[in-house]
Design a protein around this ligand. Structure first.
Ligand code: PMP
Ligand code: GLN
Length: 395
């Protein structure tokens, strides 16, 4: 079989849809970490398990025979649970029937939103640094990503730059709060300013809120759902992977006004049709109790504080972390010549030689902007964080 496969002639040549894209930084660093038995604080995922009740609920759903296709927009029970949560937390009532769609994670949700509204020649504004799927998604839809930098150092939005980036071709803007990788959380004043800028335009908003339940006091999650003139034009995206410690389940959702949802579902029904049935039922049941997601900020604030206390014993300089499970640090004060390397090379060296994997912030910029910052994920057990800190103290 193998020898027959290797004897095949090369496939017919064609122009790549994504000629400049390789393996994502997250896969690359995770593979390197595994090869060198490094503590993997790179790719964002917990190293602890989810609530056993959630696993039991999946098991029950499977045994109840909930194993065939779910309805295309998602299991009704789950859409109703999502609607109830959003109304309670953010004060906006979305119709489970016409305004909520369950997706195979946030990555699919964002790509589907882009594919349904972006055409050749359209521009989509992204605020850099940003999650690495945005620009390729825009490109696959035929559009062009227009990058507006968040202010270096603080990562706050610069509304003059944002307003200046808007053109007659701007079709959409992608917002991400709480923000990966910087850990900043947009304030109410910033959301209002965005609302003012977008209100007179025809620009749609894709609001990536996958870390909505990881916001640390005194910050509060400012969902686009809270702002009528944003909600009216927004696809709001979230992910159960983050909220329920199950990144491998790849289940998320999009809420959007009925007219936008109708267009989203036209694409959704042909790129996934529907999403894993028993897990949707399990999540619906699990969400009936709000305690797990309401307790998430306290749970992750404790991990953040533990990790930052450890970092205080190292020469890594942590930036503020208002939300997400990421901690960005400066490498400028390290006592090793490698601190002068580009961030990406430094992260490879750190993984290989020191045994701790991290993600370079340059990976979140289209032009590879390098500012001596790297990102650690602190969604890890105490002993994992302690082991990482012990290694980082050596620098
Ligand atoms: N958006 C952001 C900002 C993320 O950090 C992630 C993380 N994986 C995603 C989207 C994708 O989420 P999912 O795993 O549900 O596709
Ligand atoms: N969102 C995760 C992170 O930022 C990674 C997801 C992925 O591997 N694509 O680490």
């Amino acid at each position: 079989m193998n020898s027959e496969t290797s004897a095949l002639p090369p496939p017919p040549a064609f122009d790549s849809r994504l000629p400049h894209v390789g393996t994502t930084i997250f896969s690359a660093i995770s593979a390197l970490a595994a090869r060198h038995q490094a503590v993997n604080l790179g790719q964002g995922f917990p190293d602890f398990d989810c609530d056993a009740h959630l696993l039991e609920a999946v098991n029950t759903a499977m045994r109840q025979g909930l194993n065939q296709y779910a309805p295309m927009p998602g299991a009704s029970a789950l859409r109703q649970a999502i609607a109830a949560k959003i109304e309670t937390l953010y004060g906006r009532a979305y119709s489970a029937d016409t305004e909520i769609t369950v997706t195979a994670g946030a990555t699919q949700a964002i790509l589907t939103a882009l594919l349904c509204c972006v055409k050749a020649g359209d521009e989509v504004i992204v605020l850099e640094p940003c999650y690495d799927s945005y620009a390729p998604g825009i490109h696959l839809a035929g559009g062009r990503a227009v990058a507006v930098p968040l202010t270096p150092g603080s990562f706050r939005p610069d509304f003059d730059l944002l307003a200046a980036a808007i053109s007659a071709r701007t079709r959409a803007l992608i917002l991400n709060t709480p923000h990966n990788p910087s850990g900043t959380v947009w304030t109410a004043a910033e959301m209002r300013q965005l609302q003012e800028i977008l209100a007179p335009t025809r620009i749609l908003l894709i609001s990536d809120e996958v870390y909505e339940h990881m916001v640390y006091a005194p910050a509060r999650h400012e969902s686009a759902a809270r702002y009528p003139l944003l909600a009216a034009r927004a696809f709001i995206v979230s992910s159960f992977g983050k909220t329920c410690h199950v990144t491998g389940w790849k289940i998320g959702y999009v809420t959007a006004p009925a007219a936008l949802t109708a267009e989203l579902r036209k694409v959704h029904q042909f790129n996934v049709f529907s999403v894993n049935t028993p897990m949707q039922h399990a999540l619906a049941q699990y969400m009936a109790d709000p305690a797990p997601y309401l307790q998430l900020p306290a749970f992750y604030a404790a991990r953040r504080d533990l990790f930052r206390a450890g970092l205080a014993r190292t020469r890594f300089r942590p930036l503020p972390c208002e939300g997400t499970y990421f901690q960005t640090v400066s490498i400028a004060d390290l006592n090793v010549p490698e601190r002068a390397l580009p961030e990406a090379d430094f992260c490879q060296w750190l993984t290989r030689e020191i045994g701790v994997a991290a993600i370079p912030l340059s990976a979140f910029y289209g032009n590879g902007f390098d500012q001596g910052l790297i990102r650690f994920c602190f969604a890890k057990k105490d002993e994992t964080l302690a082991q990482a800190i012990a290694r980082l103290e050596r620098l």
